[in-house]
Structure formats: C-alpha cells, structure tokens
Design a protein around this ligand. Structure first.
Ligand code: 5GP
Length: 352
C-alpha cells in the first residue's frame, strides 16, 4: 500500500496497551499496538490523542493513540523521576536533576558536572523512542542491495549464521575487509584478510569519522570503515555486517538503508540443551580461545540480549531466535529473500 496523499504512516517504537494507560479519556477508544507495528495516522487534530489504525487492517475504525509529543514528554518525565528518586534521599543539597545514581558513593561528590541533567522544563526527549514516520520502499532490480546489520550477544551463534549464509552463495553475500595497523603476515595479502595501514593514517581516519567501529589489540588498531561497506555494495553484493548495536544509528542513511536483524538467544533451558557440546569464543579479542559454555556464559548471554533489546529494540527490523541452528538459518534465508522482493517500510527521514 503506497501512501496516498495526506496519508501518514508511522512505525511504533514502543508497546502500547490503552487498558494500562491512566491518561486516556476512554480506554475502549484506544488502539493497542506493539513495537514495530506500522500504523496509519487518520487524524492529528488533537495535540494529545491521535487517531490511528493498523496498516492493512480490514477494520476501518480508528482508535486513539498518544501523540508523539505527549508520549515523549511523559516518558522523559518518568525517566527523570527514576533518575532523580535515589538522589532525593541521598543528596539533600541537590539543586538540579543529576544522574549521580550511576556513580559510586565515592564519586558522587567529585563528579557532579559530568552527569548534570537538563532542567525540569526541558526533558531530554531526544533518546525517547516513540514513533518514526515511515514510507514504503521496494528495491528496484538494478538498485544496490541494502546493508544487513546483524546484532546479538556474544555466543549466540551470529558468526556461525553469517558463515553459513556466506558459503550458501559466495557471489551474492559479502563481508567487509577490516583495517589494521599491525604488520602483514607472510601468508596474508593486502585487501584480503585486512587493509594494512599506518598508525598515523588510522588515527587520521578515526578523526575523520571513517570508521563504523574500531578497537585496539596488542598495541595495534583494528577497525571497520564505512568505505569497506561501500565497496561490498559496489560489487552488487548483500553486505553482512556485525557490529555493536550502538553503532547502527550512524549507518541509518538512504545510502545504506540498513536492515537490522537481532539474533536472540532462546530460553536458558534451551541454551543448556542445545549448547551442551558447543564452544564459545568469549570476545573478539580472545580469538582462538574457544571454551565450552558455562552456566555463567548462558546467563550473561540472556542478560546481554535483554539489555540490547530494551535499549535498541526500536532499531530492529527482525528478531530471529537462534534455538536450533538449522531452523534459525532457514528463517534468516527467508528474511533475506523477502528483503529483495517485498515492500518494506523505511524511515521518511532517510529521504531528506
Ligand atoms: P589478528 O591480528 O590475529 O588478525 O587479530 C587480532 C584481533 O583483532 C582479533 O581478536 C580480531 O578479532 C580483532 N579484529 C579483527 N578485525 C577487527 C575489527 O574490524 N574491529 C575490531 N574492533 N577488532 C578486530
């Protein structure tokens, strides 16, 4: 359904249940929705309550949803209250709102200015995800592929899924070549394993925001550049990128049209059953040191997944649970096929 004149579509970035909303004038008139749902806005005449319906819903009746402004304000307010509450008890001299609760007791007195928050009448609404205006998008046959970003906690099997996808069609899928400042080993070639550059150039590139992410390992820098993504896409390949979720916001442009897939662990019981004989590479810097999964690894994976989902869930286009690897792989494959043929929703902000 392409947007007709005067029709506006939004993607909901939070879950909403009118029955739980104390502010709604009439609960029966409310429209419930889940994070990721596409809603069609029917009226924005009221500043607090918009009228909307689920996109593609046969039922033409619109329901009430909180307006963006209203939702942002009350969420920011709620957040500020949570931030401030512990302070009211512990810091009587408090003049403004401070996020000092994050600091240890020792640091509280010395580090005030670092965590200074905005005044009460200017809530920080910038990082409160509510709605995003979207528009239908379908890839044209001669157009470059969208960048596919895979995110997930350590040990969830993201690398294995990526590898399976790559070998399933090496002509179609590609990965970026990272940069490094370490010396080339004899069996390596420049541009294959790594792009080898000097420390000076690496630092200059960091200054010029050329990297999506970078890190240091044994006195050398390693990083993935934005241009390395471009060169995969220029070969007419689907670029697979796995990064920390916080880097995704820098890639959200019309050029890359990132499609973000979250690889989520199953329940802890299923982790114990399915990963009994598997091994974990606990971090990027521990390469080669694969160890059997421990109970702590499972707990850490679940916790880390929960944090990722609550902080960045609004950026996920698709969530795939990696319970059984073959099932997850097939779901991933179907997702990729659909990505190339179906109509998807992209933010209007990418267009300008
Ligand atoms: P090596 O020098 O043995 O090839 O790799 C050393 C370490 O650098 C490995 O743990 C590897 O995972 C890490 N590394 C490789 N590429 C990148 C990258 O693009 N970014 C970051 N942060 N680390 C990387």
């Amino acid at each position: 359904t392409p947007s007709k004149e005067g029709k506006m579509f939004i993607k909901a970035l939070f879950d909403y249940d009118p029955n739980e909303d104390k502010a709604i004038p009439c609960k029966e008139a409310g429209l419930s929705f889940k994070k990721g749902d596409i809603l069609q806005i029917m009226s924005q005449d009221d500043a607090t309550w918009w009228q909307a319906r689920h996109e593609g819903d046969a039922n033409p009746r619109a329901g009430l949803i909180p307006s963006k402004h209203f939702q942002e304000r009350r969420l920011a307010l709620r957040r500020t209250e949570i931030l401030v509450q512990p302070l009211k008890v512990s810091n009587r001299k408090s003049s403004g709102f401070r996020r000092s609760f994050r600091l240890s007791r020792k640091d509280k007195k010395t580090n005030k200015s670092m965590y200074e928050c905005k005044k009460s009448d200017q809530y920080d609404t910038a990082d409160v995800p509510t709605y995003e205006e979207v528009t239908p998008y379908r890839r044209q046959t001669n157009e470059k592929y969208r960048l596919v970003v895979l995110v997930g906690p350590v040990g969830v099997g993201l690398n294995e899924l990526k590898r399976k996808l790559l070998i399933s069609d090496t002509q179609h899928y590609g990965v970026t070549v990272p940069h490094t400042t370490r010396a080339r080993r004899s069996q390596e070639s420049d541009g294959v394993e790594y792009i080898f550059i000097s420390k000076h150039l690496f630092e200059t590139d960091v200054q010029n925001n050329k990297f999506i992410e970078y890190g240091e390992y044994k006195n050398n820098y390693y990083g993935t550049s934005i241009d390395s993504v471009r060169s995969v896409l220029a070969k007419n390949k689907v670029c697979l990128l796995d990064v920390q979720p916080h880097t995704v916001k820098h890639l959200r442009t019309l050029e890359f049209k990132p499609y973000v897939i979250f690889i989520k662990p199953p329940s802890i019981e299923r982790l114990r059953e399915t990963r009994k004989n598997a091994k974990i590479i606990s971090s990027r810097d521990d390469q080669g040191a694969a160890k059997p999964f421990t109970e702590e690894d499972f707990q850490e994976m679940i916790k880390s997944a929960q944090i990722m989902e609550s902080q960045y869930g609004h950026l996920f286009d698709k969530i795939i649970i990696n319970d059984d690897l073959t099932v997850a792989f097939n779901e991933l494959k179907t997702t990729f096929d659909k990505l190339e043929t179906d109509t998807h929703w992209i933010p209007v902000s990418w267009l300008h």
